[in-house]
Design a protein around this ligand. Structure first.
Ligand SMILES: Nc1ncnc2c1ncn2[C@@H]1O[C@H](COP(=O)(O)OP(=O)(O)OP(=O)(O)O)[C@@H](O)[C@H]1O
Ligand SMILES: [Mg+2]
Length: 631
């Protein structure tokens, strides 16, 4: 459909969803769908829940955050289960300000933005519908109209608890416009929209000295005082602060701790009673989620100040550390690149992975665990199998440091360096080495890196480079074999036939001549030696493999190339060892002969067709691996 058609459809949809009626009619809606009277916190929680929750290895995965937030499952789970969930149940935490605390560009704003956009969409759905007193600048909850002394009766009839008092403005309107007939008060369905300042607000601090509380709670409209006669007439007040506008939904409080402390004290009654004070009026009940964010150093100095104690105890702090999993980090970069103007650039396979390895390394802390190093830790964190360690070790590692992930290289830095690598190159194609080089160069100009850190980081660059060397070699070698999987399988089958004959003291039959022959000791050893199996250990190794095969057979599972980790490694290494010379000569020859040239072109074609390279990056890869093998 073309864009004009879509716009029209959208308008029709808006018209279809719109509703307005009297308070009496609203009560009819409540009888059928009592959930529309839910609190703001409950709506946020249900929005997240309705998107679906999956449980993966004991960690809850919230689909709501899929595709935007990566590697923060634990933080998100805490956020939902320790804040949103209890808040939805009307527990006291909902009055507290939710403060996301984490390192720069670690995803705090992204989380908040997702909640905002999510609420906007959710308010257009059946289950997320919101109704408000018509014409109220704060979209006040219509149920506030029910007088306090009737609320128990209301609960008995509707099963809905009402919290909060009718605001000064609507108290006056009820009297003046509706002659105190509650049932006649007009109610409308509202749709959250940050642009229209309905139910979604954002507050960002300005200069602490001149910061005006009116930005939060609104101000007197001097032009109307004459009309209404007094400053304490609510009609002479503009309820247009962010707290007012965000009522029923959420308010983002950016960089909260940059505000002057006196300013923050205004928030005390809000965080205690769920009310705030505006102008010369009685307290106004607020039904909104307040999410603030800050970095660690500001947070530390905030809690170090005794004067802030009262406020501090009314804030719920949730850590949002950096992601520590390489594969997830890669996805962060992919997403950021897709959203940027670099999306047309060819990024060679593994370039983002190598960048991710580097940044994750800068975020990890050295474990005291025996034999553990950062690379192993990085692998374990990313769900890889590391010999000698299991999931218990992983859990211990994750618990070892409370503030792991609170420092290190941030995703924005990486993206900036990738884009400067792109600018430096003439062709719109960059590879892992370009990225690493650019990251390294950038460290010189990085403002917030100490000399010590810089040295550490340089070391991580070379670690990441080593990882890449291995990846690159494997990739090229694989591309040299006509069909890698096929060759590996043939070699393995051959090996297994020999092992079986060896262990059972049998002869083998030559498939061509039909002659009987002894097991090929040379072949078996050439494979076993690849993973350092000694002459003395070979028998045990071969028997172990046969046991594994029969265990598989018993369970009706097929034993294949991937069923035995070490055997797979041995086969792979053997294949590569056989290839090494061919690869070396072919890739490094300055004047390749015809056969070599043909091979190179074949390999490049395979890299392009099957491994995601383009011709530029495939050529670069071959040249690099050639130089590696000649070292
Ligand atoms: N864990 C993550 N998952 C997905 N994207 C992430 C993650 N961490 C950071 N990003 C991306 O990094 C960029 C910066 O993140 P964001 O602005 O949300 O960080 P922030 O914590 O608010 O930072 P700041 O403290 O600088 O305000 C965004 O493009 C965001 O999408
Ligand atoms: Mg931010």
């Amino acid at each position: 459909m073309d864009i004009l058609g879509k716009i029209q459809l959208h308008r029709e949809e808006e018209r279809r969803l719109a509703w307005e009626g009297t308070f009496g009619e609203y009560l009819e809606i409540l009888k059928e769908r009592p959930y529309v009277a839910q609190s703001a916190h409950s709506r946020v929680y249900n929005m997240i829940k309705d998107a679906g929750i999956e449980e993966v290895n004991g960690t809850k995965k919230y689909n709501f955050f899929n595709n935007q937030i990566f590697g923060l499952e634990d933080s998100i789970e805490r956020l939902v289960e320790e804040y949103f969930h209890p808040a939805a149940k009307r527990l006291d935490v909902r009055k507290r300000i939710l403060l996301l605390m984490g390192p720069v560009s670690g995803g705090k704003s992204t989380i908040v933005t997702m909640l905002k956009r999510g609420l906007e969409d959710y308010s257009k759905t059946e289950s997320g519908a919101v109704y408000a007193i018509k014409g109220c600048p704060m979209h006040e909850d219509p149920l506030h109209l029910i007088p306090h002394h009737l609320r128990d009766d209301f609960y008995r009839e509707f099963g809905i608890r009402i919290e909060g008092s009718l605001s000064p403005l609507n108290t006056m309107r009820l009297e003046k416009e509706y002659g105190n007939c509650i049932e006649d008060v007009m109610v409308e369905r509202i749709f959250f929209s940050e642009d229209k300042r309905t139910g979604i607000g954002t507050f960002s601090p300005s200069d602490p000295k001149s910061q005006d509380i009116a930005d939060l709670t609104g101000s007197i409209d001097f032009s109307t005082i004459a009309e209404f006669g007094s400053e304490s007439d609510p009609r002479a007040y503009r309820f247009d602060g962010e707290l007012n506008k965000a009522n029923r939904g959420m308010m983002e409080f950016q960089e909260m701790l940059k505000c002057d402390e006196k300013f923050l004290w205004h928030l005390l009654s809000l965080t205690q009673e769920g009310n705030f004070k505006a102008g010369r009026f009685a307290l106004i009940s607020a039904d909104e989620l307040i999410v603030a964010h800050t970095n660690e150093s500001e947070y530390r100095s905030f809690i170090a100040n005794k004067k802030n104690e009262a406020l501090h105890s009314r804030i719920i702090v949730m850590g949002v550390p950096y992601n520590l999993r390489v594969s997830e980090e890669e996805r962060i970069y992919e997403k950021m690149i897709k959203e940027s103007d670099m999306s047309h650039v060819h990024i060679a396979p593994h370039a983002l992975r190598v960048a991710a390895i580097f940044s994750v390394l800068t975020r990890l802390m050295d474990s005291k665990k025996q034999g553990m190093d950062l690379i192993k830790k990085m692998r374990l964190y990313d769900g890889e199998i590391v010999e000698g360690y299991n999931h218990i070790d992983l859990e211990e590692l994750q618990k070892e440091f409370a503030d792991e992930g609170m420092s290190g290289i941030d995703p924005r830095y990486v993206i900036n360096r990738i884009s400067s690598a792109i600018i430096r190159k003439e062709v719109p194609s960059i590879n892992a080495l370009d990225v690493l080089r650019s990251m390294k160069d950038g460290l010189d100009h990085h403002a917030s890196i100490t000399k010590e850190d810089k040295e550490r980081f340089m070391n991580f660059i070379s670690l990441a480079r080593k990882e890449y060397d291995e990846i690159a070699k494997k990739e090229v070698q694989k591309a040299f074999v006509y069909s890698y999987e096929e060759s590996a399988k043939t070699l393995m089958d051959n090996y297994l036939d020999n092992v079986e004959a060896y262990c059972n003291k049998n002869k083998l039959r030559d498939p061509l001549t039909g002659e009987e022959m002894s097991p090929d000791e040379k072949l078996m050893r050439s494979i076993e030696e690849q993973i350092g199996i000694s002459e003395n250990a070979k028998k045990a190794f071969r028997e172990e493999i046969l046991i594994r095969i029969s265990a598989y057979a018993r369970k009706g599972k097929k034993f294949d190339y991937n069923s035995h980790e070490r055997l797979r490694e041995a086969i792979q290494k053997k294949l590569f060892a056989d290839l090494k010379d061919v690869v070396k000569i072919t890739t490094s020859s300055k004047t390749p002969d015809e056969a070599q040239l043909k091979k190179v072109n074949e390999v490049i074609a395979r890299l392009v067709d099957e491994h995601g390279y383009n011709t530029t990056s495939a050529n670069e890869l071959l040249r690099y691996v050639g130089s590696l093998l000649n070292r």
